[in-house]
Design a protein around this ligand. Structure first.
Ligand code: PXP
Length: 237
């Protein structure tokens, strides 16, 4: 069964809107785990508009499942990750002011850069995943630069899902088969939700982990966090 990693950026966004410490990020992370989540994901951005760099050591201290830090490997981010040593680092080619991630790496054009970054994380025993579009060349490129995993960008899948689920998932299925053949692990994330998650996981062989934030935290407003985490876990099988 794929693991559910809850992205808690949106919780930090609510906290930051008022100053103070409500909701308490550390407590929310602990509760997600207590309710069954198998990982906690954070995506500190350079402007720190949701997760702050200063949140990371506290989270590292209390997360007992898998801690995943996402971001663009600029020098400050590299330092943060190397100091805090999460289980996994997911590299994303975001620009500093980007609203949300909307494309994967070109793993061929950026091969030399990625190879170097991945080697530095591997020296610190951090597993590295590369955010990629479901394109065969990019999957092969990720393997060639030494990534342990890829994270498929699922935004376009989610956008197309209601009109054409088979067409939406087809490139993910194809690239998952390739990833399994060449020996690179598969994560996925972006716009996954209670409607599309089961279909996605049923059609992506070897899916190891999904990281879900926006829809899950929004659903929690209606169902509560405990029920919501459990509903997502149920969709995962
Ligand atoms: N994966 C990456 C690389 C992301 O940037 C995000 C959003 O921060 C997610 C997964 C989670 O996406 P969502 O918030 O839509 O579930």
């Amino acid at each position: 069964m794929p693991r559910l990693s809850v992205n808690i950026n949106k919780v930090a966004l609510i906290r930051n809107s008022r100053g103070g410490n409500l909701p308490d990020l550390v407590q929310v992370a602990k509760d997600c785990e207590a309710f069954g989540a198998q990982g906690i994901t954070v995506h500190p951005r350079p402007d720190e508009r949701h997760i702050r760099y200063s949140d990371i050591p506290m989270l590292k201290e209390i997360v007992t499942t898998e801690f995943n830090i996402e971001g663009n490997p600029e020098p400050r981010f590299m330092d943060l990750v190397l100091k805090n040593r999460p289980h996994q680092c997911t590299l994303v080619p975001d620009s500093p002011d980007q609203l949300t991630s909307d494309a994967g790496w070109d793993t061929v054009k950026n091969a030399a850069f990625l190879k170097d970054v991945i080697a530095r994380f591997h020296e610190a025993n951090i597993r590295v995943s590369l955010f990629v579009d479901p394109v065969e060349k990019m999957v092969e490129g990720a393997k060639a630069v030494g990534a342990d995993r890829i994270e498929f960008y699922t935004g376009p899948f989610a956008a197309q899902f209601h009109d054409d689920p088979e067409g939406a998932v087809a490139p993910h299925t194809r690239c998952a088969i390739l990833a399994n053949e060449i020996g690179i692990g598969i994560n996925a994330g972006h716009d996954l939700n209670l409607d599309n998650l089961r279909f996605y996981q049923e059609n992506v062989p070897g899916l190891l982990e999904v990281s879900i934030g926006h829809a899950l935290i929004s659903d929690a407003l209606y169902y509560g966090l405990r029920n919501t985490v459990q509903m997502y876990l149920e969709r995962l099988g």
